[in-house]
Design a protein around this ligand. Structure first.
Ligand SMILES: [Zn+2]
Length: 448
């Protein structure tokens, strides 16, 4: 809803102020199922988007598809600050790369408007490449309507709608290349980001978000799965992870905090789609473009439909025993993709409108006591209004208690024993947008 303006004041607005303040409800109302459907159908119409197909063909193949994605993003965001560019990565060879191949991401960047937040970057992606039964067959049709024109359409719709609004932090909307060849486009971008020390505060991939009927006929349009890793499965574990493990923080590393945040934001703004968080990196035998981000140390999660039908993923288009196989648009539920887009939009907007997660969050361990004292550093953003302490029983997946403590950097909770609960601290700003929560490290002064 647009804010009400007193009629007499309207004439005082200059062009610079003509932009209505960004509201999450306003963003959600701009998301169009029709445009999402049209984009999925167009992506499927390139015949194949296999990474090994002819990049120079004007009508068919991966090159035609990415040139169309770029042009469509430019068209939809004309007159906005969205910057659309190709991001190329040459891969010489690989298990699914028989000859040197250019993997080209389409990257649309919406720069943040708050100087203190501009470097903080949120990434949302879907992969535009596709495959038939064989990942190295560029000739056969591979419409990839669900895998992953659906996720690409989510990214494109978010870019189209959100570019018309302003956010404190930067948002990067990507149509990623080479997922089926080994996550190569996402790997190239995440690696560059890490080298440049980019502050990627969160990454979401939407991969296979369009089917609502499984092979046995079970239909579910009411949920979306959100895969969220706990402790990274790598050795050696980073020191900050080990430190969290020593105090029972295995479920409170940034990716799980991000998943909790997305689930809560979706529950608040999108009533007709429940986010089911799954405490796992991905499904068995599967992977996605969030992996290279996780491997680079960034919080990253994957959205996927609740029920899958593998007759319509990674299959040559054909009829067998009267059954249509292949990843065709007729098996995509466009209204469902629009709901998934709204969940993404609510979470992304809330994060990018909000402040950064507090730093230096510590739980004091000075003596044995029944109270709990937390401390943190003041946030850099000028519009931060205060901090919120959250806590829950150690066996509860979601926060159970919150206390807004105002604009302070230390607070004691009397009668709440740190031995029995898990704490988190969020920052929030004057508009009420909050950061993800941060798990406190134990603070104990060194013995003198
Ligand atoms: Zn996929």
């Amino acid at each position: 809803m647009r804010p009400l303006l007193v009629a007499g004041l309207t004439c005082l607005l200059t062009a610079a102020h003509a932009q209505a303040p960004t509201s999450i409800a306003g963003i959600l109302s701009g998301i169009s199922e029709k445009r999402i459907e049209a984009n999925i159908r167009t992506l499927a119409s390139f015949g194949t988007r296999n990474s090994l197909s002819d990049p120079d063909d004007e009508k068919r193949g991966v090159g035609a598809a990415r040139r169309w994605i770029k042009a469509e993003l430019e068209r939809c965001s004309a007159g906005t600050p969205l910057q659309v560019a190709f991001d190329e990565h040459l891969v010489e060879s690989g298990t699914r790369v028989p000859r040197p191949t250019k993997f080209v991401n389409v990257v649309a960047t919406l720069p943040g408007t708050q100087p203190e937040s501009r470097g903080r970057t949120y990434v949302v992606s879907g992969h535009y490449d596709s495959m038939p039964s064989s990942p190295v067959d560029p000739g056969k049709d591979a419409p990839g309507a669900n895998d992953d024109a659906s996720g690409t359409a989510v990214s494109m719709e978010l870019a189209c709608v959100m570019s018309k609004h302003r956010f404190n932090a930067t948002i990067v909307f990507m149509a990623v290349a080479g997922e089926e060849q080994g996550l190569l486009g996402a790997t190239g971008w995440a690696r560059n980001a890490k080298e440049k020390n980019l502050d990627v505060a969160a990454m979401f991939t939407n991969d296979i978000v369009g089917n609502t009927r499984d092979a046995d006929g079970n239909v579910d349009r009411s949920r979306v799965r959100l895969f969220a890793e706990g402790v990274p499965a790598k050795s050696p574990l980073p020191d900050n992870v080990l430190e969290a493990l020593r105090t029972g923080g295995e479920n409170d590393l940034p990716t799980r905090q991000l998943a909790r945040y997305i689930q809560e934001t979706a529950a608040k703004y999108v009533k007709d789609l429940r986010v089911d968080v799954i405490w796992r990196r991905d499904r068995y035998l599967r992977g996605g473009d969030h992996f290279p981000f996780l491997d680079a140390g960034y919080p990253a999660v994957r959205f996927t439909e609740p029920v899958e039908d593998w007759r319509h993923q990674h299959q040559d288009v054909r009829v067998e025993n009267g059954v249509q196989l292949g990843d065709l648009p007729e098996f995509v539920d466009f209204a469902y993709v629009a709901k998934v887009t709204r969940v993404n939009a609510a979470a992304l907007a809330s994060l990018a409108l909000g402040p950064s997660a507090p730093t230096g969050v510590e739980l004091e361990n000075l003596r044995l006591e029944n109270n709990s004292t937390l401390r943190w550093k003041a946030n850099p953003e000028p519009d931060v209004a205060g901090y919120r302490i959250l806590w829950r029983e150690t066996t509860s997946p979601a926060w159970q208690h919150t206390k807004d403590v105002g604009n302070v950097t230390r607070e004691t909770l009397v009668g709440v024993s740190k031995d029995n609960v898990v704490f988190g601290v969020q920052a929030y700003n004057r508009d009420g947008h909050a950061s993800i929560a941060v798990y406190p490290r134990p603070y104990r002064p060194l013995a003198r």
